[in-house]
Structure formats: C-alpha cells, structure tokens
Design a protein around this ligand. Structure first.
Ligand SMILES: CC(C)(COP(=O)(O)OP(=O)(O)OC[C@H]1O[C@@H](n2cnc3c(N)ncnc32)[C@H](O)[C@@H]1OP(=O)(O)O)[C@@H](O)C(=O)NCCC(=O)NCCS
Length: 329
C-alpha cells in the first residue's frame, strides 16, 4: 500500500484594504522612501484599521476565500491550526476564534507560536496529523496583525511590518505529490535580540510598561539580520541537499519576507533563479506568519502539479526552517 502523504489542495488569503505607503510613514517619523526601499525592499504594507478587529477577523476572511474557491464546507474541516504571534487575546486561541467566525463546528482548533516561522511549523505539524491518519481536512493558517505590536514612533521597526492572513487546506493523498520533508530549528539565543518586553506572564502590563512602550516589538536589527541570512540560507541548502535537489530541480522558492536583502542571500546560497522566487515584501511588508501563505495565495495560478517548491522562514526565538513539497494541482 502506498504511504499516505499530506498535500495542499486549496489556498485562501486576505489583506486589509488600507495601504500605508512609505510616503505616509515619512510624515509619521524621520524616514524616507529611498532608505526603506534600498535597505528593506518595502514600498507599502496593509494595515487593519477597523476598530476592535484582530487577527482572527483576517484569518476568517482568508478561510472564507478558500471555502468559496474550493467548495469546501465548514462542517468538513476536522482540524484548524493557526501560526500567529498576535492572537486577538492572550486566550482563547486565534484558531478557535477564526473557526467560530467561519462557521467551523466539528474541528479541534489551536494556535502554534513560532513567530515568523509559525506557518511552516504549523504546516509540518499538520502533515504529521494527516500522515498518522488522525485528521483528513486541516486548515493551516498563517496570520498576523503586526500593526498591533508595532511602535509607530520607532523608525527602526515601524517600516518593516504589515497585516494579513493566508490559509491552505491540507488533505491526504497516495499520489507522489505533497509535503515531502521538513527541517525545523530553534535556538533560544535569539530571545534577547527580538522580543516584546511586557504584557506576558513575566512582566504583565502596567501603566509603566505601557508608558515605556514595552508592549511593542523590540528588535536589534543588525544582529537579527545576520542570523536570518545565515540560518535561512543554510537550512534551504540543507533541505535541497538532503533530497538530492539541484537548483534546476526547484520550480519555486517561497521565502519569508523580512528584508529583500535576506531573500537575496538565500537566492545566492541556493543558486535558484531569481524569476522562480516569490516576492511580496514590496507590497505587503513583513506580515510575519502570513508571508508564505500569502505568497502561495498570490502565485497559485503559476504553480503546476508536481512542481518542486521550497518554503523557508526565520523568526523570533530564534526559530527557522524549510519545507520541501511537490505542488498537488
Ligand atoms: C531592521 C533593518 C532593516 C535595519 O537595517 P540596517 O541596514 O541593519 O540598518 P541599521 O540598523 O544598521 O541602521 C543604519 C542607519 O540607518 C538609520 N535608520 C534606521 N532606520 C531608519 C529608517 N527607517 N529611516 C532612515 N534611517 C534609518 C539608523 O539610525 C542608522 O543610522 P546611523 O548609521 O547614523 O546610526 C535590518 O537590520 C533588518 O532587516 N533586520 C532583520 C529583520 C528581520 O529579519 N527580522 C526577523 C523577524 S521576522
């Protein structure tokens, strides 16, 4: 009997309508379009402006998009996993809130916290659940409202981030397509260089922490940059080597979108042609766990059944990794 594999059978996405471009950012802080474009590669990002709407709103919109494209019914879904750092509340999970909004009643739903690597870690987890036979229709979401944890008076972090949500449907197959391999890593050395200081259990929010803006992202950019370049490049090369893939075997490379210069380094290390690299950082910015599923969402029509695709991400923790998959439709 052929082995059961997990294959992506549909994709949905959502980004808010509001566009925050570099010109508008330049009126909010001491920065400019030329610096942001050349140092990061971002022109504009989407921001969820509506009051009282959080990440689960965007995730549910992405699920509705997937349902309408694939004809999937909410009652058929048996597991919902959401990679996110910006759940609407500390609890319940974003996955359970998005499932409720999308009318999903027969599923287990929970979040996976691996920062910007949240989608690939969720996809690898979902793959194990499909391969073991435990679940048959899994929604794997990557969603973040980064604007909710971004300090718009800090020019070193504010230009980087945007809001969005992407989701894929994962199902069993006995065909030679689907998720083939994953390499995932964590190194806690990253904590002090990229974190949110207050609002968690070690330092619950107080008037003082709010006044000091400690509920926003703190990042030592240059240190994080160096690790992102090395770790994403190495893990992408490692997974290609492990699976005997040359650069010409790769149809698409979908890297996490934190900085165009980091993506360039991954492209150089893997040797993959630049026209096979999916890029959305210019118009969406770093949407954290959503960058990769949004890349799949925007490029779905370009993919052909059997295409070899490498996903790679890096984020707080540090967490990083790569997934090798064959496109299924
Ligand atoms: C954040 C990041 C874009 C900063 O770029 P950088 O080239 O490292 O820039 P630096 O922090 O060294 O700053 C260079 C100069 O630009 C200035 N600068 C920083 N932000 C600026 C901005 N928005 N506009 C204009 N100038 C800016 C700095 O003040 C500094 O000036 P100085 O030399 O006079 O001190 C980059 O480090 C980065 O992308 N880091 C990794 C992000 C990442 O992967 N995060 C992972 C989470 S997913």
């Amino acid at each position: 009997m052929s082995k059961i594999k997990a294959v992506i059978t549909g994709v949905g996405g959502y980004v808010p309508n509001y566009i925050l471009n570099n010109q508008e950012l330049s009126t909010m802080m001491d920065t400019n379009d030329e610096w942001i474009t050349s140092r990061i590669g971002i022109k504009e990002r989407r921001i969820l402006k509506e009051k009282n709407k959080g990440t689960s709103f965007m995730a549910a919109k992405a699920i509705e998009d997937l349902f309408s494209k694939t004809g999937t019914k909410p009652e058929d879904i048996d597991l919902v996993l959401c990679g996110t750092t910006t759940a609407d509340h500390i609890y319940p999970s974003c996955a359970s809130m998005a499932a409720e909004k999308a009318g999903i009643k027969n599923a287990l739903a929970f979040d996976i916290q691996a920062a910007c690597s949240g989608f690939i870690v969720s996809l690898a987890t979902a793959t194990s659940f499909i391969e073991s036979g435990h679940y048959k229709k899994i929604l794997v979401i990557g969603a973040d409202k980064m604007s909710s944890i971004t300090n718009y008076t800090d020019r070193t972090t504010a230009p980087l981030f945007g809001d969005g949500a992407g989701v894929v449907l994962l199902e069993p197959t006995t065909e030679e397509v689907g998720i083939i391999d994953s390499l995932l890593h964590t190194d806690g050395v990253g904590m002090k260089h990229l974190h949110i200081k207050a609002g968690g259990s070690a330092h619950p929010a107080t008037h003082e922490t709010i006044d000091k803006k400690e509920h926003y992202t703190y990042q030592e950019g240059a240190y994080v940059f160096k690790h992102a370049v090395t770790d994403m490049s190495e893990v992408s090369a490692d997974i290609m080597k492990k699976n005997n893939l040359s650069k010409d075997d790769i149809a698409w490379l979908i890297p996490h979108q934190a900085n165009l210069r980091i993506i360039d380094a991954v492209v150089q290390r893997t040797g993959v042609d630049y026209d096979k690299v999916i890029i959305n950082i210019d118009h969406f910015g770093n949407t954290s766990a959503a960058t990769i599923p949004l890349g799949i969402w925007e490029s779905e029509k370009k993919f052909k059944k059997g295409d070899n695709i490498i996903l790679t991400a890096f984020g707080a923790g540090f967490t990083w990794g790569a997934i090798y998959l064959k496109w299924g439709y």
